[in-house]
Write a protein that binds this ligand. Structure first.
Ligand SMILES: [Zn+2]
Length: 282
C-alpha cells in the first residue's frame, strides 16, 4: 500500500469510528408509564418527541385504566408496546390483589387482543397466595403474554409454580438488586425469567458522589453479571412521573453510559435485541 493510500485508509477508518461514536445506541425502553392525568401537559405526541430526542425506538407503556397506553398505541402503533394495567386508580397499586373483579376485567380486556403483556403488578411475599395473582397468571398463560412484576423473589417463584411456562419481566433489577439472588433466580428459571434495569443506573454506575476517573464507571461486579446474563436483561427507563418524562433523554444517556462499558454485542442485546425477543408480537 502506498503512503497516500495508507493515509486515505486511516482517514476512512477514523470517519467510520467517528460516525459510530456520534450515533447513540438505539434503545427500546422495556418499562415505562404514561398517565391520563397529565395528557394535557404531555400527550402522546410529546411521548414520541421524547423518544426521538432520546433515540428510543419503542417504549413499553402501562397506564392506569389503560387510557393513555391505548390512545398512544392507536396514534403511534409502531412506537408503543401496550401492557394491560389492572389498576384503574392510584390506590389499586396496594389493593388489586384482594379484588377478584380484576380478573374478570382482565379477561374481557385481553380478549380484544390489544395488549401484548400484563403489568406492572406490585406484589410482595405477604400476598403471594392471592387468587387474583393466580387468575392473572392463568390469563397470561392462556394468551401467551408476558407479565411485568415489581415484587420480591417469593412472588416470582410463585408465578413459575403456577405456570412453569410463564414469561416474566422482573422490574428494577429484581426490585431488591442483589447479584447472588438474581443469578440464582435466573439459573432456576432459564426459560421464562427476564429482568429490566429501570431506575438502577446509579447502582450500576457505582458511587455517584465519587470524583475522578472512577466516577460513572460500571462496577466490575455488575459488569460481570450483565455479561454473564446478556440474553436475559432488558434496558429500561421507567417514566413513573411527568418529571421523569421531562428528563427522559438524560436518563437514556445514563443508560447508554453503562451500556457503552460493555462489549458492543452485549450492549446491543441489552439495549434492544432482548426486548424484541421478549415481546414476541413486536
Ligand atoms: Zn414502573
Amino acid at each position: 500500500m502506498s503512503r497516500r493510500a495508507y493515509l486515505l485508509f486511516l482517514f476512512a477508518l477514523s470517519a467510520v469510528s467517528r460516525t459510530q461514536a456520534e450515533t447513540p445506541l438505539t434503545l427500546i425502553d422495556a418499562h415505562s408509564h404514561h398517565e391520563q392525568e397529565y395528557q394535557v401537559q404531555f400527550d402522546c405526541t410529546d411521548v414520541i418527541a421524547a423518544l426521538d430526542t432520546a433515540t428510543v425506538d419503542r417504549v413499553l407503556i402501562t397506564s392506569r385504566a389503560n387510557q393513555s397506553s391505548q390512545s398512544c398505541f392507536k396514534q403511534y402503533p409502531g412506537r408503543i408496546i401496550p401492557f394491560y394495567s389492572v389498576y384503574s386508580g392510584a390506590l389499586d397499586k396496594q389493593t388489586w390483589m384482594h379484588q377478584p373483579a380484576k380478573v374478570c376485567e382482565a379477561r374481557d380486556a385481553l380478549s380484544s387482543g390489544e395488549f401484548v403483556g400484563i403489568g406492572e403488578l406490585h406484589i410482595f411475599a405477604e400476598d403471594v397466595n392471592s387468587e387474583v395473582l393466580a387468575g392473572l397468571v392463568a390469563l397470561a398463560g392462556l394468551h401467551d403474554l408476558p407479565l411485568l412484576i415489581h415484587g420480591d423473589a417469593a412472588v416470582i417463584e410463585k408465578v413459575f409454580e403456577l405456570n412453569p411456562k410463564a414469561r416474566v419481566l422482573w422490574a428494577h433489577l429484581g426490585t431488591v438488586p442483589e447479584i447472588d439472588l438474581l443469578q440464582r433466580m435466573l439459573d432456576q428459571h432459564p426459560g421464562g425469567l427476564y429482568i429490566d434495569t429501570s431506575v438502577r443506573d446509579t447502582l450500576l454506575l457505582g458511587n455517584p458522589v465519587l470524583n475522578g476517573p472512577q466516577r460513572n464507571r460500571l462496577t466490575p461486579e455488575w459488569r460481570a453479571f450483565l455479561i454473564r446474563n446478556q440474553d436475559r436483561l432488558l434496558a429500561a427507563i421507567d417514566t413513573y412521573s411527568l418529571n421523569r418524562w421531562r428528563n427522559y433523554a438524560a436518563v437514556a444517556d445514563q443508560v447508554r453510559l453503562w451500556l457503552s462499558q460493555l462489549p458492543p454485542e452485549v450492549a446491543q442485546k441489552l439495549a434492544y435485541m432482548n426486548s424484541q425477543r421478549f415481546v414476541r408480537a413486536f
